[in-house]
Design a protein around this ligand. Structure first.
Ligand code: SAH
Length: 346
């Protein structure tokens, strides 16, 4: 590791072309190197076999390739795979491959730790150490894509930004990584297969709409009652439901994309009819659907999954109001790979 040299993948193709012109080479060399870095995903300059030794040495003198390393790999009995990913500075994040009958989904991290303080999430206890760079996010996707081919014999079909971190607090790098994931020079994936999940940062949701992004948006709502939401997600004091609602109406008006609300029902916390009615009302502001997530206990604290009767009542009310609802069962619990369990335990 050398922190003084620049990470070569922080350069755009134009900047790489300029570099070669400046050192008296051809701009075209930049395209070749760019292809090695992104399309072929090499980890070292030596692997660039159609580039002369002299040029490779020049690259080595000026740059590093800060590639991630999959440090620890765990496979769940349900086929879920969790990667502990070591970054160039020794910090670690986790990413998960979730196979189902019809798709394989990569769940990737956007920050080391998290800037927010959701009481029910293990990652929140790590605090935010730094934002991931675009190439560090991209590498997680590539690593999972390869594992999907190797262990499940099919390419990756979907990507969710539901690993460690709050993606909208690392806005620029998350969007740059998605540019690369969707570009033909990267993985060429359709943005329709990508979902960014946020705990709800109104200003940044509006920015997404202004930037005319083409991926999907999920919001971790968990309560549509301001006081309750503040208790379980204290940052909601600064990002309140009125502003959130307004930003989501703005998002829909601009993108015409329906919003997914992620929602865990906890015993004694949000399992009453008032909670349900508040959710139904909130769902009517902008076209949306609800994904009821199973709670994954992170300790023996205050949070317990509500019983089936409470979940059924939610489903009944939502369906009666023609709001699409799905129930998401946990995957990979035995290896601490399920939602909210990513905390670098191993
Ligand atoms: N910061 C982003 C993305 C990371 S969390 C966000 O908040 O959306 C991904 C999802 O897992 C969120 O919906 C989050 O609320 C949920 N989650 C967190 N802890 C959980 C737990 N212990 N059990 C179930 N879901 C949890």
């Amino acid at each position: 590791m050398n922190t003084k040299k620049k990470d070569i993948r922080a350069l755009s193709k134009e900047e790489l072309r300029d570099f070669f012109v400046n050192v008296g080479d051809k701009a075209f060399r930049g395209n070749q190197v760019y292809e090695w870095l992104w399309n072929k995903g090499i980890h070292s300059f030596e692997d660039m076999t159609n580039i002369s030794k002299e040029t490779r040495t020049k690259l080595e003198e000026n740059f590093v390739i800060n590639h991630i390393e999959v440090d620890n790999f765990q496979k769940s009995e349900d086929g879920t795979i969790k990667n502990a990913v070591k970054l160039f500075d020794g910090l670690v994040v986790e990413s998960v491959l979730i196979p189902t009958a019809t798709r394989t989904t990569a769940c990737v991290s956007s920050q080391v730790g998290c800037s927010l303080d959701c009481k029910f999430c293990a990652t929140a206890r790590l605090k935010r150490m730094r934002n991931l760079n675009p190439d560090e996010i991209y590498d997680q996707v590539v690593a999972i894509h390869k594992e999907s081919l190797l262990y499940h014999d099919r390419p990756l079909s979907n990507i969710v930004f539901m690993g460690m971190g709050e993606p909208l607090m690392n806005y620029k790098n998350v969007l740059l990584s998605i540019d690369k994931i969707t570009s033909d020079e990267g993985l060429g994936m359709s943005p329709k297969r990508i979902t960014v999940s946020t705990s709800g940062v109104p200003k940044m949701i509006k920015k997404l709409a202004d930037d005319e992004v083409r991926f999907n948006l999920a919001v971790s709502l968990h309560s549509a009652i301001q006081e309750k939401r503040e208790q379980i997600m204290p940052f909601a004091k600064s990002f309140n439901l009125v502003d959130l609602r307004e930003s989501l109406e703005y998002w829909y008006a601009k993108t015409k994309k329906i919003i997914t609300y992620e929602y865990v029902v906890w015993d004694g916390i949000n399992d009453t009819e008032d909670d349900i009615k508040a959710l139904v009302k909130f769902c009517k502001f902008a076209p949306s659907k609800v994904n009821l997530i199973e709670y994954n206990p992170i300790d023996d604290g205050d949070f317990r999954q509500a019983d089936n009767a409470a979940i059924d009542l939610y489903i009944e009310y939502l369906e009666k109001n023609r709001i699409p609802v799905t129930v998401r069962r946990s995957r990979g619990k035995d290896i601490d790979a399920a939602c909210g369990q990513l905390a670098n335990k191993s």
